[in-house]
Ligand binder design. Structure first.
Ligand code: ADP
Ligand code: MG
Length: 257
């Protein structure tokens, strides 16, 4: 089966610094895969190259077999790569449903629609997506008054409006309480299972990573030092060395507030 995402020897240098130093991996259809590693390991740089924000210094990125290396973000998004941001990108002045409707209009290339008319478009589809993320009851609330965790779920609905085959999530649970984190990742895992979407995500909370990821990759100083199942990664001596001191890679903590 063709990998949804295939990365070959990806490199990004900033001045003399190799932020990503020759990374190769694949994400399979319907896979929930984590990319972990210490601060500064190169995770966000990697994501930004996959999303088109940064042009790779060298290397190749294939989406469903098609070479998308160096393509602009819009192009990559059009080909079905959804993303959620570390900082939420919703329109504060609009309602929850309107934000999803905007995303649906964009997906269906109807962004020329004028405002009063636009708000009638894709209302039912938007409500269906909000239902998927458990936000249907908040459809008509203003985004400005949403709780942080709810904003993150809205972001996920907005990303799904594009019918992605691959979702890229760079620290989706940053700034969330432990209970919210677990809920968001459970929701993501459900979406992967129910919709067959592939997800690549970065995450600091090892409980979340080990509870949900099918496979885990570990990045250190721009290089992948592991790519495997939870137990393979846990038992990898190089990984243990990198994470020694933190200890969170081995101990399953009770992550609840
Ligand atoms: P992570 O997301 O794993 O914490 P980053 O990808 O943000 O790591 O950073 C990897 C390395 O690249 C760091 O040393 C960082 O300082 C450097 N870096 C990231 N972005 C830039 C940039 N735009 N210009 C220069 N150096 C950068
Ligand atoms: Mg980062």
């Amino acid at each position: 089966m063709t990998a949804v995402l295939k990365v070959e020897n990806l490199v990004k240098t900033f001045g003399g610094v190799k932020a990503v130093a020759g990374v190769s991996f694949e994400v399979a259809p319907g896979e929930l895969k984590a990319l972990i590693g210490p601060n500064g390991a190169g995770k966000s740089t990697c994501f930004n190259m996959l999303m088109g924000q940064l042009k790779p210094t060298s290397g190749k990125v294939y989406l469903n077999g098609e070479n998308i290396t160096g393509r602009p973000p819009r192009d990559i998004w059009r080909r079905g790569v959804g993303r959620t941001f570390q900082i939420t990108g919703t329109y504060q002045s609009m309602t929850v449903a309107e934000n999803v409707q905007m995303a649906l209009m964009s997906h269906h290339r109807k962004l020329f629609a004028v405002r009063p008319y636009a708000y009638k478009l894709y209302r039912d589809e938007a409500l269906a997506l909000l239902d998927v993320v458990g936000m249907a009851d908040q459809a008509d609330r203003a985004c400005a008054i949403l709780a942080y965790g709810d904003l993150k779920r809205l972001e996920l609905a907005i990303a799904l409006a594009n019918e992605p085959t691959l979702l890229l999530m760079d620290e989706p649970t940053a700034g969330m309480a432990p209970r919210e984190r677990i809920n968001l990742m459970q929701l993501t895992a459900d979406i992967v299972r129910d919709r067959g979407v592939s997800v690549l995500f970065t995450e600091h909370d090892m409980d979340v990573v080990f509870a949900h990821a099918h496979h885990i990759m570990v990045l250190n100083r721009g290089e992948l030092i592991a790519d495997g199942t939870a137990s393979e990664v846990r038992n990898n001596p190089q990984v243990q060395e990198v994470y020694l001191g933190g200890g969170t890679l081995y101990e399953q903590e009770t992550a609840d507030a």
